[in-house]
Design a protein around this ligand. Structure first.
Ligand SMILES: [Zn+2]
Length: 446
């Protein structure tokens, strides 16, 4: 279809040049023009007037554990992508672990893709995994279209996905650098974790002490040194320790190719407020103190932290026991991430444009998808969220779409109601009503 088929009009459209009244014309699922608010609508086109609701680019969440197949009772593609769509997220990139098989060979990638194919309500891409024994699989996975490779520097929590020791990290990184791929890393140092007091039990303070900041800082320092040695591209996953920020900023100033993400829970929840026994707040690295959180926000503002992703990592409710040492570590955030981050961003004087930069533009760039995703601009996919930013809602677990409705946000009042989400020009959810799955499977473009 060459004719314009859809025109979205709003007094607040977030474009790369700023927020302005505009009309956005869509044809064949792609944005063809961003014009003035009163631009004439071609005959035959369908006009959607959004009034004062904000039109923003659909979010790109590059850190999601779907767990399908193999641990589908924890989370599956059907439920995870519905939660994403309900939260204004139009692209997710699935982590290679917690599913069975993990995404560590091309054969395993094919299994994942087949599993996701008819269940994806949003677009889905895949990270591969770098394990001690699979250096030979990395290049084939890269060529098969994974967006990069995830590695752990300390135990991952599932036995089929072992971590890399220092020598194995060097070997994987050398291989990945040879084809200019991307290594994304869970950076906690196993020796520092082993040396920390492992008290166990329901007290959050004991859990926090068991995952100290220096475990993160040490692992990040080592990773950055290895990235420098090989000229490799690395990305630090879910940064929690603000103490690592100076060394990251310094490395970047020296030209080391390192990017950093943090997560909604580190930005909106604090250790001081986690009730004892409340393992819905457990994740690794852990949610830290309010003073640490202030520094994470400062680093987002100054660009040391590039982006914000959910690290949505659910399990069944029975694994969320009240013993922090043994409870499953992972926070389910897909549906609430935009509202949670916006609520705190707003309180701290940031704009919705900032949130879009952190959760859509920069994450699209991280995945190399920025020719297609991450902005409202001609030539990009017509992926949108329509948001009422000044409206509030109270989080009701029963209204969540992910499979196990455990949430650390229950009862919180958040700003930002997602009215509808659009994927390639089609409204995929509005007011809790979903269409049939329209998502596509994505592969690396560059
Ligand atoms: Zn994760």
């Amino acid at each position: 279809m060459s004719d314009a088929e859809l025109v979205l009009r709003s007094t607040r459209v977030i474009t790369p040049e700023g927020t302005r009244p505009a009309t956005v014309t869509v044809a064949g699922g792609t944005i063809t023009a961003v014009g003035p608010h009163d631009a004439p609508v071609a005959s035959g086109a369908r006009l959607e007037d959004l009034g004062d609701d904000v039109l923003l680019p659909g979010l790109v969440d590059t850190h999601v554990h779907v767990n399908d197949p193999g641990r589908t009772e924890w989370e599956g593609f059907w439920t995870a992508t519905r939660a994403a769509a309900a939260g204004g997220i139009t692209t997710i990139v699935d982590m290679p672990l917690n599913s069975l098989p993990p995404t560590t060979t091309v054969g395993h990638l094919r299994v994942k893709q087949e599993t996701a194919a008819d269940k994806a309500h949003v677009d889905v891409g895949f990270w591969g995994g770098a394990l001690p024994g699979n250096v030979k699989d990395l290049r084939p996975l890269h060529e098969a279209g994974v967006f990069g490779f995830k590695a752990f520097l300390s135990p991952s929590g599932v036995e089929e996905f072992p971590h890399l020791d220092q020598e194995q990290l060097a070997r994987s990184l050398a291989e990945i650098a040879a084809f200019d791929g991307l290594l994304i890393v869970h950076a906690e140092d196993p020796h520092h974790l082993a040396a920390a007091p492992q008290q166990g039990g329901p007290r959050y303070a004991d859990f926090l002490a068991s995952r100290p900041r220096d475990a993160e800082d040490t692992a990040i320092a080592h990773l950055v040194a290895q990235a420098k040695r090989f000229g490799a591209r690395v990305h630090i996953l879910h940064l929690s320790s603000a103490d690592a920020l100076p060394l990251i900023a310094e490395a970047r100033a020296e030209g080391v190719r390192v990017t950093v993400e943090t997560c909604p829970h580190y930005l909106t929840l604090t250790a001081e407020e986690v009730p004892d026994g409340a393992s819905e707040f457990k994740c690794c690295p852990p949610i830290r103190e309010a003073a640490n959180q202030d520094l994470l926000w400062r680093a987002l503002a100054d660009g040391t932290i590039d982006c914000v992703v959910t690290d949505h990592s659910p399990s069944t409710a029975d694994l969320k026991t009240d013993d922090f040492a043994t409870a499953w570590g992972g926070i389910s955030g897909l549906q609430l991430s935009l509202s949670a981050v916006w609520t705190e961003a707003r309180r701290r004087g940031h704009t919705l444009e900032d949130v879009v930069r952190w959760m859509s533009e920069r994450t699209a760039r991280l995945a190399g998808l920025d020719d297609r995703k991450g902005a409202i601009a001609p030539g990009r996919d017509a992926d949108f969220a329509v948001l009422a930013p000044d409206e509030t809602f109270t989080v009701d677990p029963a209204a969540l779409q992910h499979r196990n409705r455990v949430t650390a946000y229950a009862g919180r009042t958040l700003y930002g109601v997602v009215r509808s989400t659009w994927l390639r020009g089609r409204r995929i959810v509005a007011d809790g009503e979903f269409t049939a799955p329209q998502g596509r499977l994505l592969t690396r473009i560059r």
